[in-house]
Design a protein around this ligand. Sequence first.
Ligand code: ADP
Ligand code: MG
Length: 881
Amino acid sequence: MAAAAGFGSNTYRNGAHRSSLKADGKSLAANPSFKSSSSGASSSASSSFKSRSLQFRKSSPAALGGGNGAAKDSGGVLGRVRVAVRLRPRNAEELVADADFADCVELQPELKRLKLRKNNWDTDTYEFDEVFTEAASQKRVYEVVAKPVVESVLEGYNGTVMAYGQTGTGKTYTLGKLGEEDTAARGIMVRAMEDILGDISLETDSLSVSYLQLYMETIQDLLDPSNDNISIVEDPKTGDVSLPGASLVEVRDQQSFLELLRIGEAHRFAANTKLNTESSRSHAILMVNVKRYLKEKDPVLTMENGSNSHSAKTFKAPIIRKGKLVVVDLAGSERIDKSGSEGHTLEEAKSINLSLSALGKCINALAENSAHVPVRDSKLTRLLRDSFGGTARTSLVITIGPSPRHRGETMSTIMFGQRAMKVENMLKLKEEFDYKSLSRRLELQLDKLIAEHERQQKASDDEIERIQAESEMRIAETERKYADALEKERMKYQKEYMESIKKIEEQLVGDQRKHDSDSATVAHNDSYSNGEASATSEILKLHKLLEDESRQKEKLEGDIALLQSQLFQLSFDADERRRQLDRAGSGNDPNDLDCLTSQVKNSQLSDSENGEKASVAKLFEQVGLHKILSLLEADDADVRIHAVKVVANLAAEEANQQKIVETGGLMSLLNLLRSSDDETIHRVAAGAIANLAMNETNQELIMAQGGIRLLSTTAANAGDPQTLRMVAGAIANLCGNDKLQTMLRGEGGIKALLGMVHCGHPDVLAQVARGIANFAKCESRSSAQGTKTGRSLLIEDGALPWIVQNANNEASAIRRHIELSLCHLAQHEVNAKDMISGGALWELVRISRDCSREDIRTLARRSLASSSTFKAELRRLRMDY
Ligand code: ADP
Ligand code: MG
């Protein structure tokens, strides 16, 4: 209890005479960090105020606002309400009135202590988080009291800066001074806004303010005075308090903010005038809302550059942090009864200060850790529920005057401050996911993607269309090329085919000409050179020839009839003479041969002398065959000729043939061919042999007697086509014998036949053709029976070219035989190759199509169809068969 030295005996400084440095041990104990200093932008004097060495309710090491981790720490960190005391300098009145008195307080700023003089000898000492002397600059007050709160707000916490004190002690000066004339005088609001504007990004963050006045439990909008009954809305879930009715003005710069403060101040003045009160009776509340978007490390939407998985990872709602700074310029804390002069009733007075006393009660309850905090008792406590005992960082500046006259009020203020220092808040980061923004961004991105997709779809459609067009073009081109190639190929084959046809035609024409020229030597001087006219004339000539021959035949028949009648006469005469001789009894055998000779001779010599009744048959019966045959060897050439003619005539009758042969007539005829040089004899004998050769037995006999060789020689020496005709006819008959094929060929029969064609006489050719046809028919038969293998002997002996040449001979007799020959040859595959190479196939095809005889056509067709070689060749020639 030592007297405080230096305070003098001035009793004005009243108060309990208590031990000094009572120091409200609780306060000291509750503020263990007061003396701990921390580095910071502010001076060391403010270090305790800014201290972050807070007590942690949880073991989280995160410092206040030290990182995003705080957002996830639902428990938050402890943050005690910080309290500074500010002493106003003596004002003019005090300088005069209190001139003789010492101040009621003594500050020890270095110790953050305040000594309140109780009386001349006793003081109470209080410690605060900061003690500002009357010389403290506005700047330092801001930095110590408000700046840490502002920083927290910028980090996403709620913050409160509040001034409490007796009217006239400098609350408004500390908080609301605009400092328009003197920059150094700017108060906390202005400086706070400067810091906020300097920190946020106007592009991404948002900043808005409301400015309100609370008077007699009514909230007025200082930015819109007509709005004078604003209600408080509390979120039942979070307990967050908001004033949806209050104007919320976006702030973009300091000037506009200053303007808002000026407007607010003017309205506050006007309102108080209207209400007949003073501004000191009302509470002014500035609310600054800072909404910040957390800077993301990853770009959120990377669809255009990245993969889907990457973008999916970054598709999370952005985080926004909403810090709210509340600056509260409270009504004067002096007791209402003291001021009294305002003429309010007690009830009114109670109402005027209801909020302030409610605040005191709440702080008391909080300081004492009371179970019940009467937050709902007033609008002020409802508005400030987050500032005391809530989640905000709160700084309180208590303002006091130096005058000992107001020692009681000062004391009361100090006690308020002391109690407020015990209030613990639980700071919580006001962080949330911005789903709206995410949704907006997603919508935006979706639109982008839709647009992009549409573009890509269009591009893809265009590409498909292009490819399709290109493909179609290529297909068309390929088809065109293919068609060209096909047409080319077709033309080539057509050309080849036409050339082949032309060649064949040329060959045919050539052959025809050759044949015609051959014919010309036999028939008449003729020219086949010119088309149809020549053909017609040729036909006419042939007709004429035929007529000539008919006439010749008729003449011959006449001759024969005459000869027969002569013979008849002769034989009659001879009989008569024999009878006469018999009657005369000469007894000598007449020389029958001589007799016959004379008869024959006579008949020849006296052609037209006698009757015509006699026939050769009669002669044959009367004279006897062997007598006639003997005449064939007569010395007289005429007799031989007549005799052979008679034999030939006899041989023409089938009934006589056997007898003639049995009597040795065949041998005689063959001998005539061998021995005679006379062509007439040759011709007639060959004719007779030909007749006899119709019989199979005779054929064998003829062959056995070397008939082929004889006939060949005869043909070789013949000059008369009729001789050749006879010889050819004989051989042709022999050709029809199955058994004699090999022999006939071996003896040169085929060659002999072919040798005769050079004469070109149609009759000869017809016989040759008949022979070949016979031969071919027999070969065909024996091939079918399997008795013959290998290719046709006709082909072997070179008959094919002539056959082909005459296959379309104008003479139907020739043509028919050759057509049949070709059909027979064609029936054997073994002949096919030669037939093709020899041009026979064409003839066969022609026959199969054009032949007037249906049976031959059918035969030709069947022959063609039965040969695979022919069929292959026809295919090769692209001939449809
Ligand atoms: P309150 O708002 O608490 O009623 P004011 O801020 O209106 O008090 O201050 C009353 C007067 O004191 C004003 O004229 C103001 O300029 C002056 N004043 C207050 N504090 C200081 C100070 N620290 N330095 C200089 N003048 C001050
Ligand atoms: Mg004021």
